[in-house]
Design a protein around this ligand. Structure first.
Ligand code: NDP
Ligand code: PYC
Length: 339
C-alpha cells in the first residue's frame, strides 16, 4: 500500500466496517447503524468519532459491557415521551428505532422527547439531529458520558464530556446544526493527540495533581476542563440531570463506577427533544423557517461561518472523491478485518 493511503467510497467503507461488526457478533440493526455513524464521522472529517472508534467498540464487546445481540425495545403510549430501552445495545440502534416515532409525534403535538435507556454510547450526536432536521423538525440531543471532567473550580473528574447538539431545518440547503462536547474538547481529541505524539493546547486539562498540563497521557490520567468555565460546567450538570437523573439512567459518575475504567465505551442513556417550529409559531406573524433564514444571512453577512459548514464541505468532498484514509488507518482496518 502507498504511504499516501487509500480512497474509498462511502458505501465501500460502510460495507467493510459493517462486516467487521457482523463478525464481532452484532445484530444486523446494530452492525448497520454503528457502521453508518462511524463512517459518517470519517466522511465529515470528524476524526474524533470516525474509524478510530472501531477498536473501542470491539474492546467493549469483548469486555462484555455491550450486548451485541440485544434488540432495543420501543415503548410508546401515544404521549409526548417516547422511550427506547436499548437493553445494552449500542445507542445508534436504539435511535434508529425511536426516531421515526419522535418526528411524527413532534409534528402531531408540537413537542416530543425520546428517552433512550441502557445503551453503550460512543457516537457524535449530529447524525441523529440531521435525521430530525430532514423531517422538518428542530431538535436538541444530549447525554452524559463517564467522569473525566472536573467541574469549574474543582480538580477531580466528576462530569462527563457530555455532548450537546442542536439542529434547525432549512428548506433550502443544509440544516443549521451544532454539536459539541461540554468539555473544552472531546476526549477523543486527547486520544488522537496522544496517538500522534502531539502536545495539547493550553487550557484543556489538568494532571492527577490538579496542575495544568499539555501532555495527553497526563491529561487522560487527570481531569479535563469544561468549556467556558462555570458556564460549560452548568450546562454539563444540566445534561447529567436531564439525560441521566431525570430519565432514570446513569450519571457520568455512575457510568464510571459501573465500568471501572475509561478504556472502554460508556454505558448510560440519552435524551432527544424535538420541536415542530410551525406548531410553536401557531400562525403568529412570519413563518419561523423564513425568519430563521434572515438570522443565518445576518451571521454569514458579517463573515462568520455557521457551525457544520466545515463538516458539510468535507462531506461534499468525500462524496465526490471518496474518503481518504491514511496508510496507518488503512492498515488498522485490514488488521481488524482479519480479526
Ligand atoms: P468541535 O469543537 O470540533 O465543534 C463543535 C461545533 O462547533 C461543531 O458544530 C462545529 O462545526 C462548530 N464550529 C467549530 N468551529 C467553528 C467556527 N469557527 N464557527 C462556527 N462554528 C464552529 O466539537 P467537539 O470536539 O467539542 O465535539 C466533537 C464531537 O464529539 C461532537 O460531534 C460530539 O457529539 C462528540 N462527542 C460525543 C460524546 C459522547 O459521549 N457520545 C462525548 C463528547 C463529544 P464544524 O463541525 O463544521 O467545524
Ligand atoms: O470524545 O469525549 C469523547 C467521548 C466520550 C464518549 C464518546 N466520545
Amino acid at each position: 500500500m502507498s504511504e499516501q493511503g487509500i480512497r474509498l467510497t462511502v458505501a465501500a467503507l460502510t460495507r467493510r466496517v459493517e462486516e467487521i461488526f457482523r463478525r464481532a457478533g452484532l445484530t444486523d440493526l446494530q452492525a448497520r447503524s454503528v457502521a453508518e455513524v462511524i463512517v459518517a464521522g470519517e466522511r465529515d472529517a470528524c476524526k474524533s468519532h470516525g474509524i478510530y472508534r472501531i477498536e473501542g467498540c470491539l474492546q467493549t464487546i469483548a469486555a462484555g459491557k455491550v450486548d451485541p445481540r440485544a434488540e432495543p425495545l420501543l415503548a410508546d403510549d401515544g404521549s409526548a415521551v417516547i422511550r427506547v430501552n436499548a437493553k445494552g445495545a449500542f445507542s445508534p440502534a436504539a435511535f434508529a428505532l425511536g426516531a421515526p416515532v419522535l418526528a411524527e409525534r413532534a409534528k402531531q403535538l408540537g413537542l416530543a422527547a425520546l428517552a433512550i435507556n441502557s445503551c453503550t454510547h460512543f457516537s457524535a450526536l449530529w447524525p441523529e439531529i440531521e435525521v430530525l432536521t430532514e423531517a422538518g423538525i428542530s431538535a436538541m440531543a444530549m447525554c452524559p458520558s463517564y467522569s473525566t471532567v472536573a467541574p469549574a473550580g474543582g480538580s477531580e473528574p466528576l462530569l462527563g464530556t457530555n455532548p450537546f447538539a442542536f439542529g434547525w431545518p432549512r428548506a433550502s440547503g443544509q440544516p443549521y446544526v451544532f454539536d459539541f462536547a461540554t468539555s473544552v474538547a472531546a476526549r477523543g481529541e486527547i486520544e488522537l493527540h496522544r496517538r500522534a505524539g502531539k502536545a495539547l493546547p493550553e487550557g484543556w486539562a489538568m494532571d492527577a495533581a490538579g496542575q495544568p498540563t499539555t501532555d495527553p497521557e497526563r491529561a487522560l490520567e487527570g481531569a479535563m476542563l469544561p468549556f467556558g468555565g462555570h458556564k460549560g460546567s452548568a450546562i454539563s450538570t444540566m445534561i447529567e440531570l436531564l439525560a441521566g437523573v431525570m430519565i432514570g439512567d446513569m450519571t457520568s459518575r455512575d457510568a464510571l463506577d459501573y465500568l471501572g475504567t475509561t478504556s472502554i465505551l460508556p454505558h448510560h442513556g440519552e435524551l432527544i427533544i424535538a420541536f415542530c417550529p410551525e406548531r410553536f409559531a401557531a400562525g403568529r406573524s412570519g413563518n419561523p423557517l423564513d425568519r430563521a433564514e434572515i438570522l443565518f444571512e445576518a451571521i454569514a453577512g458579517q463573515g462568520a461561518r455557521l457551525p457544520s459548514q466545515r463538516r458539510f464541505a468535507a462531506r461534499e468532498k468525500s462524496l465526490a472523491e471518496g474518503i481518504h484514509l491514511s496508510a496507518d488507518e488503512a492498515r488498522m482496518l485490514e488488521r481488524l478485518e482479519q480479526g
